[in-house]
Write a protein that binds this ligand. Structure first.
Ligand code: PGA
Length: 252
């Protein structure tokens, strides 16, 4: 049975004290109410990572980063390596988020290199894909997602691929308040699972967790998660409010 997961993507929000307080509130909640077979991941800014391993103690709860560099170490001023992230006790890293692709010019090829480096260091990769509105309106959304996965992720061996989680995030739904309809989410998730089956076989496809992201909140999470191929969510804005985030986990 594939894992059901809710991951929070804090983006560039929360200073050190605010972030530790939020992480502590989430951890205390799950220390008392275990997430019941589901996994909860909080992906914070780098500045929090070093202090989270002491703070996150509830079972089923873990933490991760939102980016890593594709090189091992060296003269890359301002960058953070996968090994550094791993050394904090983090378990995961988000790669290929549309904000990184658009604002920082991250290409499919760079993302393939980052993914390989993250996996080499024992991090689980939450790999994002998704189309912009014009691509959907031009009926090119399946083609775009196929390209992102084939070039960025399907370069992996089966052994490495099974350590990845996929997040489908239609760019037009991110931070806009416009959510994909449950039918639109299911349609794309089923398509992604078919692509995985074509590349890695049916067993791997059935075991791959595919998250939905894009204006997912407590009030719409249940209908999105009710779809057979939607295995949880990658949550941006709503992951910054403890109650809201925990209610999304409960909806799963
Ligand atoms: P949102 O962001 O939930 O604020 O739309 C999701 C994401 O970008 O991961």
């Amino acid at each position: 049975m594939r894992k059901k997961i809710v991951a929070g993507n804090w983006k560039m929000n929360m200073d050190l004290n605010e972030g530790l307080a939020l992480a502590e509130a989430i951890n205390s909640h799950y220390a008392v109410n275990p997430p019941d077979g589901k996994e909860v991941i909080i992906c914070t800014p780098f500045i929090h990572l070093g202090m989270l391993s002491k703070l996150i103690t509830a079972s089923g709860v873990s933490f991760g980063a939102q980016n890593c560099n594709d090189h091992r170490s060296g003269a890359y001023t301002g960058e953070i390596s996968a090994a550094m992230i791993k050394s904090t006790g983090a378990g995961s890293v988000i790669l290929g988020h549309s904000e990184r692709r658009t604002l920082y010019g991250e290409t499919d090829e760079l993302l393939a290199a980052k993914t390989a480096e993250a996996l080499r260091n024992g991090l689980r990769v939450i790999f994002c894909c998704g189309e912009v509105l014009a691509e959907r309106e031009g009926n090119n959304h399946f083609g775009v997602v196929r390209r992102q996965l084939e070039k960025g992720l399907f370069t992996l061996t089966t052994e490495d691929f099974v350590k990845c989680i996929i997040a489908y995030e239609p760019v037009w739904a991110i931070g806009t308040g416009v959510t994909a309809s449950p039918a639109q989410a299911q349609e794309m998730h089923a398509f992604i699972r078919q692509l995985i089956e074509g590349r890695y076989g049916g067993e791997v496809a059935a075991e791959t967790t595919i998250l939905y992201g894009g204006s997912c909140k407590a009030s719409n999470a249940a209908e999105l998660f009710a779809n057979p191929d939607v295995d949880g969510g990658l949550i941006g804005g709503a992951s910054l409010i403890k109650e809201e985030f925990c209610n999304i986990v409960s909806a799963l």
